[in-house]
Ligand binder design. Structure first.
Ligand code: UD1
Length: 428
C-alpha cells in the first residue's frame, strides 16, 4: 500500500487551482445515462471515485472517453440495468444510477450498498421516493430491484424525512422522464444539486427550485445530449484553506466559488484566519494566534460534515477548548485516535468531540492511518504542522477525492511525498 511521508513545519506560499467537484461530477455522470446522444463533461477531476463511476457506466454498456479533464459519455447502447456487488462495494455513490436507469429503462437492480467507515448510510429515503413514483421495490439476495409498475414512473409529492443529498439527486433524475409533476420538499440544497439541475435542464429537463428546499420537476418525453463544465470542489478548496491556516501561510486559492463556502469561510475567520476575495480567487492568510470555536455539522448551507475532520486538525492547535458536534454521520470520528497519536488532546462523547488546543509545537509526527477520505485529509493537514515526519498509511482513501493532492501541496512548498511500501522516506 502507498503512504504519504510529510515533513511538517514548512509555510506554504503561491497559488493553487481547485479541480471540478467530486460530489457534482458523480451525479452528473449518472445523469448522462438519461441522454441518447454523447454528453461532454468538462473539468472532470481524475479521482478514484470518478474512475469507479466510469467503470459503472461502461459496465452498463456506455462508451466513455476520458481525455485530460474532459469526459464524453455515449449512453445510446446501454444493455444492462444491473450493478454488480463488486462495483457497489467500490463506491456507495454507484447507487446514483438507480433513478436514471429506472426512469429510462423501466427497471434497475443494484447490490445493496454495504456499511461504510463513516456510518451505516442506508438508502431508505431514495427508495421511499422512487416507490411514491410508482416503482415496485424488492430487496432480496443482497440486491435491491426496482421496476416501474405501469411501465413508467409517475410524478409524486415527496417529502424527505431528512434532506439527503443522494436521495434528492436520485429522485430528481428519476422524475425528469416521469409522467407528470414531481415535487420534492425538504430537499437537500447543496450547490452540487444546483449543478445537477443546470446539467439536466440543458438536456431538456424542466426542473426548478434546486438550491431551495422545494424542487419541482415536470416530466418530459426525452432528454438530449449536452455539454457541461463541473463546478469547483468546495471541499478541496476548504481543505487547502485549512492547510494554509495550520501552517500560518499566505496562499491564493483559484477557481473557487466563495458563495458555496460561506460556512467554512466564516468559521475560519472566527478562528482568526484572514480571508479576502481577489479577482480570480480567495486569499487565505494564516495567523499566529488561532482561537477555539464550536462547530455543528449541518446540511447545506450549514457547516459541511466533509470539512469536520480537517477543522478538527486545525483546532487541535488553537488556543482554548473547541467543541465539534457531528450531526450528519453517526460514526465520523475515526480520525480522532490518529490525531491523538500525533499529540492532539481530543475527547469524544457520542457525537461530540471536545478539543483542547495545544498551541505551541502541539503536534508531532508519527505513523498514522487514513480510515476514510476526509479523515485522511485531516491527517495530511496535521502532518503539515507537526514536528518531524508524519507517515500516513492507506492513502488510497485520499485518492478517492483529491486530484493531484501531493503535487498541489508540493507546488505550494509542502514537503510531502508518496512512497510505495518498500521505498525510503524524505530527507529532513
Ligand atoms: C453526500 C456526499 C458526501 C457528504 C454527504 C453529506 C456525494 C457523492 N457524497 O453523500 O460526501 O458527506 O452527502 O453532506 O455527494 N440517510 C438515510 N437514508 C437515506 C439516505 C441518507 O438515513 O436514504 C442518512 C445518512 O445515513 C446520513 C445522512 O442521511 O446520516 C446524510 O446522507 P446523504 O445526504 O444522503 O449523503 P450522501 O448522498 O450519501
Amino acid at each position: 500500500m502507498e503512504k504519504y511521508i510529510i515533513m511538517g513545519g514548512n509555510p506554504l506560499s503561491g497559488s493553487v487551482r481547485i479541480s471540478g467537484a467530486k460530489n457534482a461530477v458523480l451525479p452528473i455522470l449518472a445523469a448522462s445515462l438519461l441522454s441518447s446522444g454523447v454528453c461532454v463533461i468538462k473539468d472532470v477531476p481524475r479521482l478514484r471515485d470518478v474512475h469507479v463511476m466510469k467503470e459503472v457506466l461502461e459496465f452498463l454498456g456506455c462508451t466513455v472517453e476520458w481525455s485530460g479533464s474532459t469526459m464524453k459519455i455515449d449512453a445510446s447502447k446501454v444493455n444492462s440495468i444491473e450493478i454488480s456487488d463488486f462495483l457497489m462495494r467500490k463506491m456507495r455513490a454507484s447507487n446514483l444510477v438507480m433513478g436514471p436507469l429506472l426512469t429510462k429503462f423501466r427497471s434497475a437492480k443494484l447490490s445493496f450498498p454495504g456499511g461504510c467507515a463513516i456510518g451505516s448510510r442506508p438508502m431508505d429515503l431514495h427508495l421511499k421516493g422512487l416507490s411514491a413514483m410508482g416503482a415496485i421495490i424488492e430487496e432480496k439476495f443482497g440486491f435491491i430491484e426496482a421496476i416501474a409498475k405501469d411501465g413508467y414512473l409517475k410524478g409524486a409529492e415527496i417529502c424527505l424525512d431528512f434532506p439527503s443529498v443522494g436521495a434528492t439527486e436520485n429522485i430528481m433524475m428519476a422524475a425528469t422522464l416521469a409522467r407528470g409533476e414531481t415535487i420534492i420538499s425538504n430537499a437537500a440544497k447543496e450547490p452540487e444539486i444546483v449543478d445537477l439541475q443546470r446539467f439536466l435542464n440543458n438536456m431538456g429537463a424542466q426542473i426548478s427550485g434546486a438550491g431551495t428546499d422545494i424542487i419541482t420537476i415536470k416530466g418530459v418525453d426525452e432528454l438530449s445530449a449536452t455539454e457541461h463544465t463541473v463546478i469547483p470542489d468546495r471541499i478541496e478548496a476548504g481543505t487547502l484553506m485549512v492547510a494554509a491556516s495550520i501552517t500560518k501561510s499566505n496562499i491564493k486559492i483559484e477557481n473557487v466559488q466563495a458563495k458555496h463556502m460561506e460556512a467554512v469561510i466564516s468559521k475560519l475567520r472566527e478562528i482568526g484566519i484572514k480571508i479576502t476575495e481577489e479577482e480570480s480567487g480567495l486569499r487565505v492568510i494564516g495567523m499566529e494566534d488561532l482561537k477555539a470555536v464550536d462547530i455543528k455539522t449541518m446540511p447545506y448551507p450549514g457547516f459541511p460534515t466533509d470539512m469536520q475532520p480537517q477543522m478538527m486538525a486545525l483546532l487541535s492547535i488553537a488556543k482554548g477548548t473547541s467543541i465539534i458536534s457531528e450531526n450528519i454521520f453517526e460514526n465520523r470520528f475515526k480520525h480522532v485516535d490518529e490525531l491523538r497519536r500525533m499529540g492532539a488532546d481530543i475527547k469524544v462523547e457520542g457525537r461530540v468531540a471536545i478539543i483542547k488546543g495545544k498551541e505551541k509545537n502541539g503536534l508531532s509526527g508519527t505513523f498514522v492511518n487514513a480510515s476514510d477520505l476526509r479523515a485522511g485529509a485531516a491527517l495530511v493537514i496535521a502532518g503539515l504542522a507537526a514536528e518531524d515526519a508524519t507517515i500516513i498509511d492507506s492513502i488510497h482513501h485520499i485518492d478517492r477525492g483529491y486530484e493531484n493532492f501531493e503535487q498541489k501541496l508540493r507546488g505550494l512548498g509542502a514537503k510531502i511525498i508518496r512512497v510505495a511500501e518498500t521505498q525510503r522516506g524524505l530527507e529532513k
